[in-house]
Design a protein around this ligand. Structure first.
Ligand code: G6P
Length: 602
């Protein structure tokens, strides 16, 4: 996720752009860049860091001209540094591009362009776009047509802002699977990833759809289809949101917005890793002594990872909290050990200490991280990114489901490499994985019912979440979400453990949440639910089998999915439920008491 903005009018472009970037910073904040045009010459300033620091350091207010584009970056390809910051230019320096999204075929395009003599300066996928347009301009002199030719060669998701020094009257913007909105002013026009960027100047907005591009001039805008070139009629909407509401795209809290972003985030995690996963799987395939280390929600992802590795790659990793591992494991780690660290922020003190310990003992380290360029990525041998975009809510949601997505891809790739699982089954699983964004949308449809359920159960003192097999992790994560933001006591446990203690606590009306997808142990969990039911527990079950409905007080029908993929889908209603319970009880789910997004101290 990144933020883009463009301005054309009579104001000093850099002022409007810098102002807008500050309001887009929640979309990414590792680097910033602005390009303006003054009389046919482009002026670029960019660098790694936050907008508030760079505004002063780079003297952004010195940029001349009334036309320009800007970018706030959340790195996907290439570490966050000055060179990789957007905008990116072609060889002539006449075309500058800012981009939000991922170009999936950039390596292929880059290779072709290098063969044709183009010189690349950055490691980003974005830079290929500038060179590609330059290349098209060699045979098609009309800029708009050349742009269209280039766009039709791109695969992936992209919202683009493009400035061409020789076309002094216009700016160009494109949307394909990344957001883009126009702000319509009087004698001035805006374009941005999100409404807050231009809301202080105008509340008239045009929502651009996938496959469309925009030619923006001071007085006018044209929207066209980039496949056919046909003009598109667009409606102008009047925005009634406050600035703060707009930043959350109308959602009352970042957590809810992030829950709803999961279909997109999981899709980016899939496409962002498809190219690298086999190589990483190959590199780790020789290790039999494997530890997965993490904290909090990332630790629960580790538990899912263990089941995936066991079932598919026939490897048995030990999953340990990094805070324990760092003091207990030293003597058993050696050069034949693989340590997989899972960390959203890449800055959790205990997880970093675990990676450092592993390195000191000569082990191989692989980190699964969301924040590009974070410490974990700098000290690990191998890195896989989750591509969830910045997560502002303290309780992890989309970073969890994307961690699970990456772990699933890794386990499939490993199993394929080691030939430990039938290829046909792996192919089916992979096909289902690609359908996850759709299935996540289905799971999100339970939102209204969950809100009503939260209202009903808001006074309960204890909750029990039970699961078996891979769903134990979902039970743990569901309980953690509830504790974190609603401040209600909740326990997550393997359903088999119920009658070894916790069953003593189940009495009339105590909520028991059963995570029960069809699969290896479905019958077993049905028996466990019966045990709780016999003690008059209030049963809420999540599953795809009607049998469950008969014994549940509340049944949430989940989309049918392979058991190994179910943790990615089944956690969603649990996130929504915890969110509503927090809100109903008057808590701020984005900033739970006593907790921090990233625990950088021991
Ligand atoms: C904190 C956050 C959790 C997160 C955990 C691990 O406790 O509140 O949401 O799961 O840290 O963070 P990491 O960045 O390492 O995934």
């Amino acid at each position: 996720m990144c933020g883009i903005i463009g301005y054309i009018g009579d104001r000093k472009a850099c002022d409007v752009i810098v102002d807008g970037l500050k309001r887009l910073e929640y979309r990414g904040y590792d680097s910033v860049g602005v390009v303006t045009d003054n009389d046919g010459k482009l002026y670029i300033k960019k660098g790694a860091g936050k907008i508030s620091e760079l505004e002063v350091k780079l003297n952004l207010s010195e940029l001349p001209g009334n036309r320009g584009i800007g970018h706030t970056r959340w790195a996907t390809h290439g570490v966050p540094d000055d060179t990789n910051a957007h905008p990116h230019t072609d060889c002539t320096g006449k075309i500058a591009v800012v981009h939000n999204g991922i170009i999936e075929n950039y390596l292929e395009l880059k290779e072709e362009l290098i063969k044709k003599g183009h010189r690349f300066k950055s490691d980003t996928d974005t830079e290929v776009i500038a060179h590609l347009i330059e290349e098209e301009l060699k045979t098609e002199r009309d800029f708009e047509k050349a742009l269209r030719n280039a766009l039709n060669k791109l695969k992936g998701s992209f919202a683009l802002g493009i400035i061409y020094s020789e076309d002094k009257e216009h700016l160009y913007f494109v949307r394909h699977e990344s957001p883009l909105i126009l702000g319509i002013g009087n004698g001035e026009m805006f374009a941005a990833s999100d409404i807050p960027a231009f809301l202080p100047y105008t509340n008239k907005a045009v929502f651009i759809d996938d496959g469309e591009y925009v030619i923006l001039s001071k007085e006018d805008y044209k929207v066209k289809d980039f496949r056919t070139g046909a003009i598109k009629e667009k409606e102008v909407h009047v925005i009634k949101w406050s600035l703060e509401m707009a930043e959350k795209q109308g959602y009352p809290h970042f957590m809810l917005k992030e829950i709803y972003e999961q279909p997109r985030a999981v899709k980016d995690a899939i496409y962002g890793n498809a190219e690298f996963i086999d190589e990483v799987a190959k590199e780790i395939s020789g290790y039999d002594k494997i530890f997965i280390v993490a904290m909090g929600t990332s630790y629960h992802a580790g538990i899912v990872g263990k089941y995936l590795f066991q079932r598919l790659a026939k490897k048995v990793p030990i999953v340990e909290e990094a805070s324990e591992f760092r003091y207990e494991a030293e003597e058993v780690i050696d050069k034949n050990t693989l340590v997989i660290a899972i960390t959203q922020s890449g800055e959790t003190a205990d997880t970093l200490a675990a990676i450092r310990l592993a390195k000191k003992r000569g082990a191989k380290t692989l980190s699964i991280v969301n924040v590009v360029g974070s410490m974990a990525t700098r000290i690990s041998d191998l890195v896989l990114y989750t591509h969830a975009g910045p997560e502002i809510g303290v309780a992890a949601t989309k970073t969890y489901t994307t961690q699970l997505t990456v772990l699933t891809m890794l386990a499939i790739a490993l199993a394929r490499h080691l030939r430990t699982t039938d290829e046909k089954y792996l192919n089916t699983l992979e096909e289902e994985l690609y359908k996850l964004p759709e299935l996540l949308n289905e799971a999100l449809k339970h939102a209204d019912g969950l809100k009503a359920l939260a209202k009903k159960l808001k006074e309960k003192r204890d909750f029990f979440y039970i699961g078996r097999g891979i769903s134990v992790a979902t039970a743990l994560e569901g309980a953690l979400k509830l504790k974190e933001i609603s401040y209600i006591h909740a326990e997550g446990l393997s359903a088999g453990e119920l009658k070894h203690g916790p069953l003593a606590l189940i009495e009339e009306g105590v909520p028991v949440v059963a995570i029960a997808p069809s699969g290896k142990t479905f019958d077993k969990i049905v028996s466990n639910v019966e045990e709780a039911k016999a003690r008059k527990g209030f049963i809420i079950s999540l599953g795809d089998n009607e049998e469950l409905m008969k014994i549940s007080d509340v049944f949430l029908r989940m989309p049918e999915v392979d058991e190994l993929l179910s943790p990615i889908i089944y956690v969603v209603p649990l996130q929504i439920f915890a969110y509503h319970l927090a809100v109903i009880r008057g808590n701020d789910p984005d900033k739970p008491r006593n907790l921090a997004k990233s625990v950088t101290v021991e």
